[in-house]
Design a protein around this ligand. Structure first.
Ligand SMILES: NC(=O)c1ccc[n+]([C@@H]2O[C@H](COP(=O)([O-])OP(=O)(O)OC[C@H]3O[C@@H](n4cnc5c(N)ncnc54)[C@H](OP(=O)(O)O)[C@@H]3O)[C@@H](O)[C@H]2O)c1
Length: 304
């Protein structure tokens, strides 16, 4: 059994390092989380639509339940982590029903195994009218991706042993990732010395990938249940973030152009996508200090 520690100390290893996790999704988050859990000595299986030497094949959709049964998730796994796509909000906007069916059926299938489920969710479940959202803030997604993530959350949270971790936009070394995000497009443009148009009126609390997987590993290791928020320490506009990337890369800030969000492909995003982190110390007995934004960006763009 996992148990939350009573005293506040920095999280290093979960008390249940012999846990066996199945991560559904081998993308930006899933892959890094698998590496983090393995570095703590935990056993990890990864499943995605594309089988490889170390990745199991799992079709998402109508057959997810049968697929999880085939992988023996009911018997051989302690925790199922849902870190799969589709995760591109623009794609979800155009294919809402398909995307919903993938996310909701995966959540239902995972819950039906009787295993503990950890869902990686997003700030997109909020309307974005408040500067910050914590776990008690009123939900109200304004776009398809948020509605879909919320539907999956509701399935997972119906099971008291499960956990939903809402994370703000994650940044990190994405070269091996499949999806292009605001952060990745910003870095890619600046690396190539191209002008990047960044919304001046949209704010977020970006989280370093290294922090995101550290917290997810702790949530898994300590058996945390319920709803957890993870936001970066800095609330910044997308324009401000892009300027910081330029600064870290010693590029002229003039490469970054301030534009209204409505004039960009992130037009559907609300004014605020900012999460306030849980007080991990009070709630779970371990503390968390997020990586300073500039330090995290430097680590993410090094070598590009
Ligand atoms: N990245 C962020 O900033 C962020 C922030 C908060 C929450 N999240 C959540 O974390 C989860 C993972 O995000 P990510 O950034 O790791 O995404 P990603 O890099 O796009 O990876 C998604 C994974 O899901 C698999 N997948 C299965 N069915 C898919 C489908 N129909 N369409 C697209 N991919 C599908 C993908 O590929 P294959 O099956 O093809 O291998 C891939 O392994 C998502 O649920 C997202 O909502 C991400």
């Amino acid at each position: 059994m996992t148990r939350v520690r009573e005293s506040t100390k920095e999280y290093r290893h979960g008390p249940a390092d012999d846990l066996r996790s199945l991560i559904v999704g081998n993308g930006f988050v899933g892959r890094a989380l698998a590496a983090e859990l393995r570095s703590k000595g935990m056993q990890v299986l990864v499943a995605s639509r594309h089988r490889s030497e170390s990745v199991l094949e799992l079709e998402l959709g109508a057959h997810t339940r049968a697929g999880l049964a085939r992988l023996g998730a009911e018997e051989s796994v302690d925790v199922i982590v849902l870190a799969h796509g589709p995760s591109d909000p623009a794609w979800c906007e155009r294919h809402e029903e398909e995307a919903r069916s993938i996310h909701v059926s995966a959540a239902r299938a995972a819950v039906s195994t009787g295993r503990r489920v950890v869902l990686v969710s997003s700030d997109a479940v909020f309307p974005g009218t408040e500067a910050y959202c914590d776990e008690d803030s009123d939900i109200g997604p304004t776009h398809a991706y948020g509605r879909i993530k919320l539907a999956a959350e509701q399935v997972v949270l119906a099971r008291s042993t499960s956990c939903v971790v809402r994370i703000s936009a994650i940044y990190g070394d994405r070269r091996e990732g499949r999806r292009s995000s605001f952060v990745e497009e910003c870095v890619a443009a600046l690396v190539q010395r191209r002008t990047f148009k960044a919304p001046i009126d949209q704010f977020f609390t970006p989280v370093a990938l290294t922090d995101a997987v550290k917290i997810l590993a702790a949530v898994i290791g300590y058996g945390v249940t319920g709803l957890v928020h993870l936001g970066g320490a800095t609330r910044i506009s997308r324009f401000g973030f892009a300027c910081m990337v330029a600064e870290v890369m010693s590029l002229p800030e003039s490469l970054v152009e301030a534009v209204p969000g409505a004039a960009t492909r992130w037009a559907s995003r609300p004014r605020n996508s900012c999460l306030r982190s849980t007080d991990f110390g009070k709630r779970f007995g371990w503390s968390y200090v997020s990586t300073p934004l500039k330090v995290g960006i430097k680590a993410a763009v090094v070598g590009r």
